[in-house]
Design a binder for this molecule. Sequence first.
Ligand code: ADP
Ligand code: MG
Length: 390
Amino acid sequence: MNLHEYQAKELLKQYGVAVPPGAVASTPDEAAAAAKELGGDSFVVKAQVHAGGRGRAGGVKMAATPKDVAEAAAKMLGTRLVTTQTGAEGKEVRRVYVEKACDVAKEIYLATLVDRSLGRVAFLASAEGGADIEEAAARTPDKILKLAVDPETGLEDAGGRKLATDLGLTGLQADAARSIMIAVYKAFVENDASLIEINPIAVTAKGDLVALDVKMIVDDNALHRHPEWEKLWDEAEVDPDEIEARRFELNYVPMDGDIGVMVTGAGLALGILDLIKDRGGNAADFMDVRPVATREQVAAGIKMLLANPKVKAVLVVAIGGGVLRCDTIAEGIALARKEAGGHVPMIVRAAGTAKELGELALRNQGVDVIFADDLADAADKAVAAAKGKA
Ligand code: ADP
Ligand code: MG
């Protein structure tokens, strides 16, 4: 899950990282009021979208008065901002962040991420931060500094000190940089982040270090231990189906095809997607049901598939084993059919625990499904059904 700049800044502030005072606004009036409240005579109005490159795309504007702030906000709000990171369709600007402008003398790049080759959390840093960092990194990759952190010891003093020195910082500024690193590392670990990128950290004319832009991604797999994320969710920027799926604890990724697929197990689901492709069809999604799913969760998933106008056939593959029972899946199918109605062909392949019970339940209730004998047969039937040959 991506956090917005204002959310990430709020979080880092709690860890002691200096950020400019600011407030989020969703109308020009709110933006003007925020500027009035902040006071002073130079503000920055920033489009809150999950993408970088905003500065160059008109998504970061300087303003001198609350009136200018309102005008800048009016130009951004409700438009789609297209940056080098959004794709051609851009991202809708639903909120802006109004913050005090800093007098920037120098811009530093600092990112914390998981280095997969080392299996460790690592810092990347550059003394030449700011909007040109990508080009700079491509041109002179050796100017990007790297520090991997040993999980046993955490960020050690010596490592942080060396990185600060290598960034060309001395004295109090080096100390400030080290404090930021310690705070960011703590925030990274405690919040199950996969990325915290501060670009830039400004060295102000007065010599202070301030985080001017923060991009943060947290790992959705850790949702169960972060109930506080619920309010960070920017529902507007996530596919509504994905939100719905998450609500029912389904692992769901929409795709382009016309066969809605629900499978018990992610590995098996990937295999089924390959099989469908191999048989000349195209899946409309990846959907993995947890072994402890309830009948209602299964039904909710199938109803989502049925509600997709692109879906011409639905394929449900259930391998009952361990705690998962095929009759639970069957009950979910029956419930979805009853509640969603319609005549989209539904192919069911079940095997393992309570398979017979499940099939019996579907037959006894006269639920409109097509049974398949094995996986290949299931894929063939789904592909044929999607082509109108059920
Ligand atoms: P993006 O990376 O999406 O372009 P940033 O927030 O980094 O957006 O803003 C782009 C540039 O605008 C920054 O590199 C910095 O030079 C300037 N900037 C951003 N916020 C402020 C601020 N509060 N005060 C002064 N300059 C800022
Ligand atoms: Mg930036």
